[in-house]
Design a protein. Structure first.
Lengths: 438, 438
């Protein structure tokens, strides 16, 4: 993409409306704009990151055997009356009347609809287990939206719902999502710690929140510092229920809990290793048994011919919130430092002298070659000096900067800078291309 | 994907609620389910087709130089007051009050928001031309939703908005979208005829609707039968304004118009070649000049330092409606006949005897090999007889059926059937794989 034809409205000043660094940087880097309180438009650069995050979430869900569907955003209130939640849900639910005065709502979550859709398609024990998921816009009418995408009103969420015949199978479904979440967040360059979370009136211990540590988080969290060492889950066989349970037990031996689920004895045992922090919740896995299937009268025929009420879990990831969480975890004084897997482009190609024929020819050649080989390049071909170009590249945080200037070209070299470390290397053009293709 | 683990609720009976064949077939093939009047859930098979259509639209928009963004679905009424449309828009607009009693709405279209976002990022004549687009859910509260996805209330739309400095440039932007639409619909296997359409109070002749001929369409259309011969637009150079204008003029010499724009003299001239039909509108391109930029006070600095009011066009494609339109155009008595480019899977792999070790081994081998080579396979591994398996494969309309039975396997052959023609070929397994990989 040529920057001269792109739409990247960089802000030089930090907007006063933004309190946290991720919100500030997303505004400054031309990624998002607020269009109403807690509601945002995604500009081209922001949308590219959103799509990358969405892609990773989708791949890991598919790999875990979940099947993608897509529910509408607008639902009937009647559906929510079947579960008893329509009256119970607070003012965060955006309630709507259509032209025929029917009560509708903008989905804040979708347990009811997935339960109905599941029942429509599943009749027998042979149709279980199933895990259905969607990546769709939700709306929660927060009384005080803030922190940009981290507590917005309209947000993109991945929500999955598992259906099983008995508790052992349901636990396996839960474990599959648990390990999928570990992998998902690791691929995005995040240390997201699974913490025991409150299960509310349903009880039990089968709920974990995945929390990214950040001083701007809204939750207080308590954890054993051993969690800060990365956990490699790549070799876990998620198809083998016993092996998976064993792996997850092994992962979870170190203490980590949110405020509501503190265990003072475990904290005392952790001793000096106990740390406290603020955290950003980026995902939650939750087992709730027959709460919805029972209320809504959902059964399938068991292998003995008798009706069975399926047991459910739900599994959420805050897809748009992750943009904020990743920036909170990965930035420096100059701007964003994108992990490779979610960067909007891989390379900023910087032409220091657009009026120099040799520089121009070199840049055009590099742009054509890299693009033809599938490398995502943002080519700064604007008629500007080097200073603003470097500042823009640092601010938007692409993993690599490929800098082409007249002096280097005279010597047959270009400069390659790694954004995360600041390391710069002068090297022949062909070598720079080879490194970017590797 | 193994059918035994998929979610494909096939209906044996044609549902009484569905009046048109595309709606009937989408319900029967387990692609969609209605969740409220005119509101649908996409089941896995339907979502795959939707994603294919979306992918083609995105590729052709990107190729035409449009830049993708994403606007929120919920917008502020204040924004629409700036253009004067809030009161003027009819009861199709879903009006909402949030918890603070602020007037909001579910976007039925997005001229206002794109205009504001454009102004936020574009300050000078150097920032034009630009064409920004999104693929996002819209809501129009139809008084009588019907025909499934073809006239639903919540629907997926691609909407693009171009911004230019003068009429010549705006016409070129219009032409770029025009040719992109020709290519988009051709790739989906559709004959979509561009027809002069009503421009309403704005006037002028720069509006075309792209219409798929179908007896179930809602518009009356009149056209020269010469339009039924395919037009090859693949070689048109869209960067060259004159060449592009010339190509489009050449395409449009034959008469075609919607009811509101009939030209009786042109119809008389067409003589016997004049045909009339019902049609389904799948896209529209529309030039409206400074209607919104003027009302909303949007300017950029011209090359002479004076303010210039940008001229706009808007360009819509009914992404979810296209599912219906394609099925209306491509089906037979047994079910859907997907064009290759939008098929949910390329191949139905049918095991006629899951209890036969040789059949099972052959199928597992074929499934692994095709999948590893990137071929999308729906593998019917259910414990069912051949009859229902063939009926399902015909109904869901995948382009190829690869049939594995004990008799063939004993002779080292499988059967490959082309859904569109019914042509069947017996051939060695390796040859079948080679043909599917070609």
């Amino acid at each position: 993409m040529r920057l001269s034809r792109y739409f990247l409205p960089i802000l030089k000043e930090t907007p006063g409306e933004a309190q946290v660094v991720s919100h500030q940087l997303m505004l400054r880097a031309g990624m998002i704009r607020q269009t109403a309180a807690g509601i945002y438009a995604f500009l081209p650069l922001g949308l590219r990151v959103l799509a990358k995050i969405e892609g990773i979430v989708r791949e890991e869900m598919d790999r875990a055997g979940a099947i993608e569907v897509l529910m509408p955003t607008i639902q009937s209130a009647d559906l929510w009356r079947q579960s008893g939640r329509y009256e119970a849900y607070g003012p965060e639910m955006l309630r709507i009347k259509d032209r025929h005065d029917r009560e509708m709502l903008f989905s804040p979550t979708a347990e009811e609809l997935f339960t109905v859709i599941f029942q429509n398609g599943a009749k027998s024990y042979r149709d279980l287990p199933r895990n259905l998921y969607q990546i769709q816009w939700k709306f929660r009418d927060e009384v005080r939206p803030r922190f940009g995408l981290m507590r917005g009103r309209e947000f993109l969420m991945k929500d999955a719902y598992s259906f099983d015949l008995d508790f052992a199978a349901a636990k396996h479904s839960y474990n599959r999502m648990f390990i999928a979440y570990m992998r998902t967040f690791a691929r995005m360059g995040l240390d997201a710690i699974p913490m025991q979370a409150d299960t509310g009136p349903i009880g039990g211990d089968l709920s974990h929140e995945f929390i990214v540590l950040a001083p701007t988080g809204e939750s207080d969290v308590f954890y054993d510092e051993a969690w800060l060492a990365a956990r490699d889950t790549s070799a876990v066989d998620a198809d083998d229920a016993d092996a998976l349970e064993h792996s997850i037990s092994g992962l979870n031996t170190d203490y980590a809990a949110t405020d509501e689920k503190r265990d003072l004895a475990a904290e005392a045992a952790a001793g000096d290793r106990l740390k406290t922090s603020k955290g950003i919740e980026v995902g939650q896995v939750f087992y709730f048994g027959d709460k919805y299937t029972k209320a809504m009268g959902v059964t399938v025929q068991g292998s003995d011919g008798q009706p069975v009420t399926p047991l459910m879990g739900s599994y959420g990831i805050g897809v748009s919130r992750l943009l904020g969480a990743i920036i909170e975890a990965r930035h420096d004084a100059s701007g964003i430092v994108w992990p490779d897997a979610v960067a909007p482009f891989k390379v900023a190609l910087i032409n220091l002298r657009v009026d120099d024929a040799a520089c121009l020819a070199a840049c055009e050649g590099l742009y054509a070659e890299l693009t033809a080989n599938g490398v995502e390049v943002l080519y700064d071909d604007r008629d500007e000096r080097g200073g603003p170009k470097f500042a823009t590249a640092d601010l938007i945080g692409l993993p690599w900067q490929l800098v082409v200037g007249p002096k280097g070209i005279a010597n047959g070299v270009v400069e390659l800078k790694r954004r995360a470390t600041g390391e710069k290397t002068e090297l022949p053009m062909a070598d720079a291309v080879a490194r970017l293709l590797a």
